[in-house]
Design a protein around this ligand. Sequence first.
Ligand SMILES: *Cc1c(COP(=O)(O)O)cnc(C)c1O
Length: 458
Amino acid sequence: MNKVSARDIPAVDKILSSPALRCLTERLGQEQTVHLIRKAVNELRASVLEGAIEEDPFDPFQWVVDRVVSLESHRSSSRLQKVINATGVILHTNLGRAPLAKSAIEAMTAASGYSNVEIDLHSGKRSQRGADAIKLLKQLTGAEDAVIVNNCAAATVLVLQALAGGKEVVISRGQLIEIGGGFRLPEVFSTAGVFLKEVGTTNKTYLRDYEQATHELTGAILRVHRSNFHLSGFVAEPTIEELSNHPAFEAFPVIDDLGSGLVTDLSAHGIQEPTVQQSVQSGADVSLFSGDKLFGGPQCGIIVGKPKWLKLIKKHPMMRALRCDKTTLAGVAATAEIHLAGRAFTELPIFQTLSISSEKMLKRCEQWVASLPETIRSRTEILRTNSRIGGGSLPHVELSSWAIAVNADSTDQVAHKLRSGKPSVVGRQADDQLLLDLRTVAEEDLQVLADCLVQALS
Ligand SMILES: *Cc1c(COP(=O)(O)O)cnc(C)c1O
């Protein structure tokens, strides 16, 4: 075997001028390409010194070129890209929660250049940022005013700080939750500069607990909707109505953190969840919810409520730090319009997805499996399963459904191949099985998904 020595390692310049890398250099620019070549050359040098090269004959030049291409492909796979969600989890936080409606995407694209985000085109004068989205949110929720910020976590911190900074905020022990990603309410309170005043017990909190805990140092009562866990059995807590209409609680706001933000009724689909409209009607002074959960829009936190309190929020210096981008405002407005027009079930992807019946899911699975080549079809079976809402919403709701189980010697390997394909596919792994849940796969992606599975299994 011819020994490869350090002298055989090609020069960076020579590799850079190789026709094989011309396309890559055009795309990445010289500097980034050189960076990748250096990395590959260093790897080769290390292998040569270790004597770890066993191919014979070995072409160092070709090795470096191939390695550069593979480094680049690895880099580009970590870029944000389209993923086919075959997990059946409708609001998958790691996959970006709510997919947007077509009209929302169009509105966001239209607003992405110069746009009238803070100008009234009629008078030519400066206007309130996001005035259109705010107007639609008022109409939709029945609230007198609205504010839009970065996300619901930001909304929580902002509202507490602006309305109760330096004071006590009363909250039931049954509602002291961790939202996810380590966002825990007691820590949120200290971040917002308010003092936590816990009342009641984990399972039962009464109106009199709130009465006993409130005094002149009370800055607010916070009610947090248990959106990511479920408490049942011997439980009680006062309603928002009882808290909001209590004469002793006039001096400070009653804040309702709804989290998932349902604005279009889903009870026909077995989903009983308090709506934002109910919260507003019950007299909550301020109600908060996420834009990208059951509202079905872009990531943001929506605050609606009484002008007296929202005025303080809008004037707070943190507002400037937490406000959202023009494209988000456009997406919120377009999504609110869909709900207002009663078109959620036909235009919002999450509503379309969660309303597919079990029978329809079975049919979809059967048709899809039938479309697979015989060799692949024989490695699949259709199984009963449950799809979930996810995203910290409706933990007790399971949508009875059907999914495709893929049989393979190594499910990990197939799952990895699917994830690293183009487009990437993320399925659900359970009990040594890989499940593909078609509920969350868009109709137009079904054929692509079939091609991806064929690729991954061959
Ligand atoms: C999800 C959730 C939040 C956080 O919302 P983000 O938009 O993710 O910041 C806050 N409160 C409740 C009750 C939630 O469910």
